[in-house]
Design a protein around this ligand. Sequence first.
Ligand SMILES: Cc1ncc(COP(=O)(O)O)c(C=O)c1O
Length: 307
Amino acid sequence: MAGEQVAFFKGGFRPLSDATVSVRSKALNYGLGCFEGIRAYWSKPENQLYIFRAEDHYERLLLSTKIVHLKLNMTVEQLVAATVELCRRNAPREDTYIRPLVFNNSELMSPQLTDEPAELAIYTLPLRDYLDVTKGVTACISSWRRVSDNMIPARAKPTAAYMNSALARLEAKENGYDEAIFLTNDGYVSEGSAEHIFIVREGKLITPSSQEDNLDGITRRTLCQIAPELGFEVVVRRISRTELYVADEAFLCGTGAEVCPLVSVDRRPVGDGKPGPITMALQKLFWRVVRAEVPKFADWCKPVYPK
Ligand SMILES: Cc1ncc(COP(=O)(O)O)c(C=O)c1O
């Protein structure tokens, strides 16, 4: 990576420092936007950067824009092509995070969504571990409840919902935990501040559905699809708070978090308080999948550089 990074903004590529908005932007004042988080993985043996499930992320972005009434006049194919070109221009040779952001950039006063086209920005940055995926993390049940789908749509990725995540994460950190786990307003397990959650009981993987006010997650979907390769059954159902305390294993997952063991919840050790064997087996397979090392799932990995 040499020289100034570029961003995709206002329909073209420009230096990152030129991709700016006015302080009057509605996106800044009212959080009228939605976004994606995508990872691209560097494969050393192949000298290649692979964008993981790019089409799925952009399909979700377009669904988010539909939910929050932002008009983005681009197709999934155009969005993927712009992202591949952006990566080529920034030329990373390391694991990279890609952030597409769609927002209402009007400078008119009032938190009103309009029919005018939304702005799109895409930028990249280097990203290794978002959480400690080797040792695992501690978590608490947040005193903040997850915003329900009828308040700020949790199924999508609206920028405004991340105030909820940030408050929960702050509280967790201030109380000495690494992460926060949200409950829904009904008191069932929803998700982490930016991750989904799985528990393991009697050898089965259990995770709550998106009806529990959580994002329609791509890593969760990936794990549900690859777990059978290791002979693990996945059950999608409600999880009670106290099931977290008696689970044999538990882990968080997400584009940032990847597959991250949970070693304690509310200071009760999960299992024996160490990353569990099923979690670690899944993590190992996940890392092979995202670097295009498993032929069955290699279509999820889009090469950036010409082969
Ligand atoms: C609130 C929230 N939940 C879950 C996730 C994990 O979802 P995904 O696996 O699609 O990245 C994220 C991160 O994107 C998130 O922000």
